[in-house]
Design a binder for this molecule. Structure first.
Ligand code: SF4
Length: 508
């Protein structure tokens, strides 16, 4: 019987979460590097270059690849011959102690994103606990753990359906993926769960995401069963949609499709899809009683030789002097380098702004959006000499319902976020001759290097959701919705969907 120490599990979970905050899995890097080589869409290629460059920078700096450092999900498989030596906590509490230790680590503090009372006060727990933990009891004398930190943007796009047994799984998935938009920060992977009951299918989909990317290897050796055939068919049909990196249109939307299945009822065909984003973060470790898990750091030479720099065609914009007349000349796909001061704000700040305006009260001192841009972001706290921690964009679609109010009532000129805007926001942008710019989701550490000063100007109690003023230098963005309401997230995929039929899609 193996004795496992409580402290070994806590330390291993903490180490694993620190590790995955700044090291992408090697299989993700290799697969994304391959996608970069074969990408023919300039916008998608630029976005992938930013993600790869960001990944290397994070590995070097031991800082998170993304500002959303995720909700912790753990699959814990406890051997039935294991004895917990001197344990005073439940295994759930041990995992949560590891989460707490990781997220409050002084050298690499991670963003606390977990809110208790989700239907009510939505109060931040401040240490990113609790984790979502799935247990299994297995034969043997080890404890096996898969630990992941799942980004909210990709988790929000999860889908589930109960198909009729005679329905096509592939057709449903190919129909549903475009409805997910780009808020899940592709290129990434899809975890698919088929069978069981409703909740079992969802857990299978999440568990499938813990497996390494091996689509290139699968295609080389050929499928050996029905699930592998499905994986290839879904992978190829989704990539043929032309959605591309960040939804800009391109050849690679998914790097892999992983499927797990389980027997189900004769009347049922449950199917769950959970996407994993550019911040793919998971690691596996085993405790055998010899101490905490040892995770080997990747070597920098394992990273592809990709070093993003701004395109020479990118236009510098002075945020202090930019006018509506300038903005109406910007076109979808134009790349800009922003210089000057921005205000930030995301979900909770927008709600407060709306409440203040509706009740006829003034906005807090320093919050003047007239002629200015807002950046949808919730940054990681700085450490050491940083001005701000990783600070990439959050999904703009969630702010759609506030867009008319912000443009009509505050004098806002434009917004910066990630992913597409919905029809309501696009109509408001067109009506007010405003603009929506996008930064690359999953390139948060790279983006943060463009931020030269940061201060909280309002709603400090909201933590990462407070309104900050950032001073930026050459912050890279792309015009995603122009003042006429033309969206690059509609034109880009449509253009590449058409091209994919004609260009040779080389699949390794
Ligand atoms: S890469 Fe995108 S979806 Fe993933 S955690 Fe970051 S912002 Fe969220």
């Amino acid at each position: 019987m193996t004795a496992i120490r409580q402290e070994d599990l806590i330390e291993s979970v903490a180490d694993a979460l620190q590790y995955i905050s700044y090291f992408h899995p090697r299989d993700y890097i290799d697969s994304l590097a391959l996608a970069y080589q074969r990408e023919e869409s300039p916008a998608a290629r630029d976005a992938i270059a930013q993600i790869l460059t960001n990944s290397r920078m994070s590995a070097e700096g031991h800082r998170p690849v993304c500002q959303d450092t995720g909700i912790v999900v753990a699959f814990v498989r406890v051997g039935m011959n294991v004895r917990w030596e001197g344990a005073t906590m439940s295994v759930t509490d041990m995992v949560n102690a590891g989460v707490r230790r990781a997220y409050l680590h002084p050298d690499n503090k991670l963003r606390a994103s977990i809110l208790s009372d989700p239907a009510g006060t939505r109060t931040n727990t401040k240490d990113n606990t609790p984790a979502v933990i799935h247990f299994d009891l297995i034969p043997g004398d080890t404890v096996e753990v898969d630990v992941a930190a799942k980004g909210g943007g990709s988790e929000n796009k999860s889908k589930f359906t109960m198909l009729n047994p005679s329905d096509s799984i592939v057709d449903w998935i190919v129909d549903v993926v475009p409805t997910m938009g780009a808020g899940w920060c592709p290129p990434g992977m899809l975890g698919i769960g088929i069978g069981g009951s409703a909740e079992k299918a969802m857990v299978l989909a999440k568990e499938a995401l813990m497996e390494p990317i091996d689509m290139a290897e699968l295609k080389r050796r050929g499928p050996s069963n029905r699930l592998e055939e499905l994986r290839i068919e879904i992978h190829d049909k989704i990539n043929a949609l032309g959605i591309g990196a960040q939804g800009l249109g391109g050849l690679t939307t998914v790097l892999d499709v992983k499927i797990k299945d389980y027997p189900t009822h004769a009347a049922s065909l449950p199917v769950a899809v959970i996407p994993n984003c550019a911040a793919t973060r998971h690691v596996h470790f085993v405790l055998d009683g010899s101490g905490p898990a040892q995770l080997e750091a990747p070597k920098l030479e394992d990273y592809p030789d990709v070093h993003w720099t701004a395109s020479p065609k990118a236009r510098r914009v002075d945020l202090a002097s930019v006018t509506r007349e300038d903005v109406v000349n910007w076109r979808p796909g134009d790349t800009l380098l922003l210089n000057g001061k921005l205000l930030t704000g995301r979900d909770a700040a927008h709600k407060r702004i709306r409440d203040l305006i509706d009740s006829g009260k003034p906005l807090p001192e320093g919050v003047d959006f007239s002629g200015r841009f807002i950046y949808y972001v919730g940054p990681v706290d700085p450490v050491r000499d940083e001005v701000v921690g990783p600070a990439g964009p959050t999904t703009a679609t969630r702010m759609d319902k506030f867009t008319e109010m912000m443009l009509a009532r505050t004098g806002l000129l434009g917004m910066i976020g990630k992913a597409e805007r919905g029809p309501v926001a696009i109509e408001a942008i067109r009506k007010h001759k405003a603009v929506y710019l996008m930064a690359v989701g999953g390139a948060a550490y790279l983006v943060s290097k463009a931020i030269k000063a940061s201060r909280v100007v309002a709603f400090e109690d909201l933590g990462m959701e407070a309104i900050y003023e950032f001073e930026v230098e050459d912050m890279p963005v792309t015009v995603a919705v122009d003042s006429k309401g033309v969206s690059v997230h509609e034109t880009g995929p449509a253009q590449w969907r058409g091209k994919i039929g004609t260009i040779p899609v080389v699949v390794a």
